[in-house]
Design a protein around this ligand. Structure first.
Ligand code: APR
Ligand code: PHB
Length: 391
């Protein structure tokens, strides 16, 4: 088998890259570990920046997104039992965020790729990357019970935070910067109309809570729990009770409750790999960097990476230029470190930390008050949240 670009992983990064390359007449094959059914139903993030939506529109894959998404012009910060609105659109010259589940993005991209004759091999296992430092790398994998070898010009490692691509880079060839947080998010999807029009981020003495949504009938909610917390400790009643406490306000606002149809725990970490390239292997999305979900940046960074990579590969194939490929990592890392800082800062400001004398808690409340009363501080949060155009 031969293709121009071998893409490992059919998440938002791998699928968007495959589509953008197709629009430029560049061939790719996507290898995905899991089944189509599995990746189309895995509940993940759901906040798209303006730039991400604009890219999907210009790439012609936003038909269903435009029909079904929810556009939000602000977010709310809840602390000391009061909600404070950050008017994102007003503070950012008209930009907004869009609520649309990551698995819906994945479904749309898979449909568009397959309709255009694109090749996605699901349930491809034992993926091994070979000869990455030569001009003709190879990918060996098992599919349909047989071992195959894919020859290519480039490999795009888009296989997420638990992928294998990164492991084929020799030790010492890249640096990894990492921070683990001592807490995790327990997330639920509930069949209940959202009790709010906009996302609510809550700082509470019992820990962080978040009220988000997927549609007018589906609420998505999260609570901070200790790292390595077993899910069994959280029967549905206990989750609702904790959400009621942490999202409690003095203005009579109440949650809408309903059957919980999905429940999972996500560990929180920050990680950056530098550079995001080794020979002909280019890492993109979660395979290269992880952010804690508090800034809602993961999916947007993944899409921003592959936009840069698709442009660089196009310049290489069309004009024989390698300067954009050489600059890929540096170009992406500027945006990534900005998002790393923003996500770390939001996480710091909103979660409960080890804090014996309450010093950190007082700093947090002071910072939250500042963000909610100073237009300049609010604008700083807003421009990072909707996504900076230039970084
Ligand atoms: N071989 C092939 N595919 C693999 C392998 C492997 N060895 N390991 C993992 N994969 C697949 C996963 O099954 C997944 O479908 O790679 C895909 C990676 O997709 P994502 O994890 O969604 O990563 P990415 O496309 O970078 O998107 C980042 O995902 O975790 C969220 O918050 C994050 O929203 C962000 C987004
Ligand atoms: C979500 O809707 O899943 C969501 C919203 C905001 C975040 C993270 C996740 O910061």
């Amino acid at each position: 088998m031969r293709t121009q670009v071998a893409i490992i992983g059919a998440g938002p990064a791998g699928l968007t890259l495959s589509h953008l390359l197709y629009l430029q007449g560049i061939e790719s094959v996507v290898l995905e570990l899991r089944s189509r059914e599995y990746i189309e139903h895995r509940v993940r993030a759901g906040v798209l920046e303006q730039g991400t939506v604009d890219l999907f529109r210009s790439a012609g894959v936003a038909d269903r997104l435009d029909r079904e998404c929810l556009v939000h012009h602000g977010i709310e910060l809840l602390f000391e039992r009061r909600r404070h609105r950050i008017p994102l659109t007003e503070l950012t010259g008209g930009r907004a965020i869009t609520i649309y589940g990551q698995q819906e993005v994945v479904k749309d991209l898979i449909r568009h790729r397959l309709e255009a004759g694109g090749q996605i091999l699901f349930e491809a296992t034992e993926t091994t990357l070979l000869d990455l430092h030569t001009s003709s790398p190879r990918v060996r994998f098992r599919h349909g019970g047989e071992i195959h070898e894919l020859q290519c010009d480039f490999v795009a490692g888009c296989d997420g935070g638990h992928g294998v691509s990164r492991t084929f880079i020799p030790p010492g060839a890249v640096s990894v910067y990492e921070k683990l947080y001592p807490f995790a998010w327990l997330g639920i999807l509930a069949e209940a109309p959202p009790a709010t029009d906009e996302i609510v981020y809550a700082n509470h003495e019992r820990g962080f809570a978040l009220h988000s949504m997927r549609s007018p009938r589906l609420s998505r909610l999260y609570i901070q729990v200790p790292r390595d917390e077993p899910l069994e400790r959280w029967p549905d009643d206990r989750i609702w009770e904790e959400l009621r406490l942490r999202l409690g306000t003095d203005d009579g606002w109440t949650l809408n409750e309903g059957p919980i149809i999905e429940k999972s725990i996500t560990a929180m970490r920050s990680l950056v790999t530098e550079p995001m390239q080794y020979g002909r292997l280019f890492l993109a999305g979660d395979a290269a960097h992880i952010v804690p979900p508090t800034g809602a940046k993961g999916l947007n960074l993944a899409v921003a990476d592959v936009r840069v990579l698709a442009e660089a590969l196009t310049a290489w194939y069309r004009e024989g230029r390698d300067d954009l490929l050489a600059a890929y990592s540096t170009t992406c890392l500027r945006r990534i470190w900005r998002a790393e800082h923003f996500s770390w800062w939001m996480t710091w400001m909103l979660h409960r930390h080890e804090d014996e004398d309450g010093f950190l808690q007082r700093l947090q409340i002071s910072q939250l008050r500042y963000v909610c009363t100073s237009r300049v501080a609010a604008a700083s949060l807003a421009e990072n949240y909707v996504g900076l155009e230039t970084v």
